[in-house]
Write a protein of this length. Sequence first.
Length: 337
Amino acid sequence: MNDPTFSVIVPTYNCESLLPRALDSVADQTVDDWEIVLVNDGSTDGTADVAARYARRLQDRFIYIHQPNHGCSHARNRGIDVCRGRFVAFLDSDDEYQPTKLERQLRLFDLRPELGLVYSDGAVVDLDGVWHDSGFDALYPMARKVPYEMVAPRLCVCKGDLFDYLIREYFVWTGVGVVRREVLGTSIRFPEDQMFGEEWLFYLRVARACRAGFVDESLSVYHYQRGSLSRTDKRRNALCYRGLLRAIHDTFDDMTRGQRRAVRWNLGLLGRQLGYKAYRTGRYSEAFRHLAESFRYEPGARTLYHMFQAAAWRLLTGDTDPEGHKPGVQDLSEVVR
């Protein structure tokens, strides 16, 4: 088989029941010059049996890798390292493509060969099963602020620096992006030390390395999954998001003053949110730490005042409750948003 136009990398972990929907959405593309790279990240369910069925059906258009569980970033990176396509696309195993996804993005690449990244809008199905036609409209207002030139109906080339907008808000999620293989080279990979929102840092690195465009159509479908950590453990998410923002702050040391200000503002806001929620649940030492970090990134009199409040209560109470819960007080994981 000659090298395909597209490599679609699908990491999966214990997603046996949903995986066929994802794989079929690739097989049903209106462009048929693709390969699937399925990376089984240590699944303990019937994922291997599903993979065997698709291997028989798709033959040399299907690459299957089984590895111990290392996380989705490691799995995606393993796929990047073995894939053969000129363009690299990503699909999580609980999501799906619309039939014209690859065709429409390839059309923009063909019209503007200087582009290294083409992303798109995507539909979102929330936990109640409600379909939202546009993630850009429903979730990511910054996506609509990116200036662009329309070179064909709904095919848009970003004007200026996509990085300048993407650094301010996450709006290119995993399944909507397609990247030229040479842009990734041997250095641009998903950060394996991040457990939440790792694709944001990945696409920031891509946006810093090349010009970008987008298809103003919903070409992927993102399904919220009930019971997943990303939906249920709000406190964990907030702490992981803080780690991600720190990594962004430290990775791009040549950001403009405005870009660095945007990241620091987000870190300050998140620190205040974590601090206030910890304070309300009697976790005064934790509240002080979060508020102190918030003040470091985004100084303000109100933050400083609440820092001293938390410090005072810490001294008065000894902060003796290790879990930080008080009778009748809502748990932090339910209120961090």
